[in-house]
Design a binder for this molecule. Structure first.
Ligand SMILES: NC(=O)c1ccc[n+]([C@@H]2O[C@H](COP(=O)([O-])OP(=O)(O)OC[C@H]3O[C@@H](n4cnc5c(N)ncnc54)[C@H](O)[C@@H]3O)[C@@H](O)[C@H]2O)c1
Length: 262
């Protein structure tokens, strides 16, 4: 039980990567509080509670700063502090740069950057008081390392989270709080299913096959595999690591060419 006695806040835990992280943290003994705006949040919690009673949640949009602050106050009153914050909630909507409306740009900036900012600002004081913390931000290989057409807004926000991770890590290091980023390649989640459907409404499974064929492991990652990386970064064992980004991508960023090789 690597997280026994630890209190974790996970944004976007109702599905996808956030749900994978939530499950792995619960399996390892943590109390998990999910912040998510999905209507399915309470159903997810009800299902998880059958096996893990230590899961709760708040239905909230992380763009709503005042509501996020109120939740942090509520948790401070009930629990006193938190140990782990996973900034996982994020969105992606593909559009070419010239066709992308300011609304779609801001949708990414407001959730992926400002939402992460709001949540971190609200919850960091609950770590400072305790002189302990693990903050994990979901960046991506998209932006800091690679990109496909249509991803300018998304990539911009995910690269921004690497800067956010490093700068915040430097500021809080003296309080025994570490801040690291996870940079996933393709993980099989509702976000990826939606992108596949938007790319080819008739045959979204062909889009998924196409993604898998570009990955040396020939498959997308699972939400549990992502959860295990988050578990390490959330645990006491990662105490000497801060300000870093960790790629988990089945080798998708490895190939140098498509034609050279024996
Ligand atoms: N799936 C991938 O291949 C992949 C790759 C790289 C990075 N990521 C990152 O992982 C994170 C999770 O992605 P996913 O694929 O699981 O997405 P998903 O769409 O499957 O799930 C995202 C969750 O976040 C919640 N959410 C979104 N906006 C929110 C908001 N404003 N307030 C509260 N909750 C909100 C959603 O309701 C949902 O439960 C994102 O930050 C994404 O950028 C995903």
């Amino acid at each position: 039980m690597r997280l026994e006695g630890k209190i974790a806040v996970i944004t976007g835990g109702a599905m996808g990567n956030g749900l994978g992280i939530t499950k792995v943290f619960l399996q390892n003994g943590a109390d998990v509080i999910i912040l998510d705006y999905a209507d399915t949040l309470q159903d997810t919690i009800k299902e998880l509670k059958k096996e893990y009673p230590k899961v709760t949640g708040y239905q909230v949009d992380i763009r709503q700063k005042e509501q996020v602050n109120q939740i942090a106050k509520d948790i401070q009153k009930n629990k006193g502090h938190i140990d782990i914050l996973v900034n996982n909630a994020g969105v992606a909507k593909l559009s070419t740069f010239l066709e992308m409306s300011d609304e779609i740009r801001d949708y990414h900036f407001d959730i992926n950057i400002k939402g992460t900012w709001n949540v971190t600002k609200a919850f960091l004081p609950l770590m400072l008081e305790n002189h302990y913390g693990r903050i994990i931000n979901l960046s991506s290989v998209t932006g800091p390392m690679v990109a496909d057409p249509g991803e300018v807004a998304y990539a911009t926000t995910k690269a921004a989270l690497v800067g956010f991770t490093k700068a915040l890590a430097r500021e809080v290091v003296e309080h025994q709080i570490t801040v690291n980023a996870i940079m996933p390649g393709y993980i099989m989640t509702p976000m990826v299913e939606k992108i596949a459907k938007e790319t080819d409404e008739e045959n979204p499974e062909n889009v998924i096959k196409g993604i898998a064929s570009g990955i040396p492991m020939n498959r997308l990652g699972t939400i549990e595999e992502l959860g295990y990386l988050a578990l390490f970064l959330a645990s006491d064992e990662s105490s000497y690591i801060t300000g870093q980004g960790f790629v988990i991508d089945g080798g998708s960023t490895l190939p140098e060419t498509k034609s050279v090789g024996v």
